[in-house]
Design a protein around this ligand. Structure first.
Ligand code: GTP
Ligand code: MG
Length: 200
């Protein structure tokens, strides 16, 4: 699939104020700084569409981007940013929880994991909660330009083993680099497949 048009629509802290046109949407979640906003820019080919920063905690709102006048990509705030303080973290967590539980248009949630790290408790807990709330998701390992293929294989194998402790089956898994524009076709084809399957 080719993205011909990507347009910022609205930012919110309140999922009830998100677009109400019923179009399907695909959201990106993960720890602060994992590369959610950068990935949206890479997928759409529009630098600066979603705001990025080398400092964690940049995205604080639910941001809707309308793609090809047909469906949405949604940039979410990151979870678990320690320097935000307890109150700040709780506020962001509430925004995320409300979005995930209320947003019926959410068709697939992409959970981003930094491929450089070994399995992290906060990510595993988040993924396990998705199972309890029955939210369809896929996993994206980000920043693959930062480590060797051998180390990537090692970290991914560890993650998969951890997930298989609680899941019978693994979700779809993608590998991306916003820096080297890798993984774009794979992620966009997956979205296209779902769009087609849902709209018939
Ligand atoms: P929050 O909005 O704070 O939750 O962060 P985010 O997940 O949206 O991360 P963001 O896209 O702002 O990127 C964080 C930092 O990681 C920035 O300095 C990016 O340039 C860098 N980054 C993101 N993706 C990649 C990647 O694939 N490769 C490399 N080398 N750097 C990346
Ligand atoms: Mg962001």
């Amino acid at each position: 699939m080719v993205i011909k048009k990507a347009e910022f629509i609205i930012s919110n802290t309140d999922s009830s104020l998100c677009p109400k046109d019923g179009r399907l949407e695909y959201a990106f979640i993960g720890r602060s700084n994992v590369g959610k906003s950068s990935l949206i820019n890479m997928l759409t080919g529009v630098k600066g569409l979603a705001l990025t920063s080398s400092t964690p905690g940049k995205t604080q709102l639910i941001n809707h981007f309308l793609i090809n006048d047909a469906w949405y990509l949604v940039d979410l705030p990151g979870y678990g940013y320690a320097r935000r303080g307890k109150k700040g973290r709780e506020k962001i967590q509430q925004i995320i929880d409300a979005y995930l539980s209320e947003r019926e248009e959410l068709t697939c949630l992409f959970v981003l994991l930094d491929c450089r790290h070994e399995p992290q408790k906060i990510d595993l807990e988040f993924i396990n909660q998705l199972g309890e709330s029955d939210i369809p998701f896929a996993i994206i390992f980000t920043k693959i330009d930062k480590i060797s293929q051998r180390k990537l294989n090692e970290n991914v194998a560890q993650y998969k083993a951890k997930l298989l402790e609680t899941w019978d089956e693994l979700p779809p898994v993608f590998y991306t680099s916003a820096e080297h524009k890798k993984g774009k076709d794979e992620v966009l084809s997956y979205i296209e497949e779902i769009n087609k399957a849902v709209s018939g």
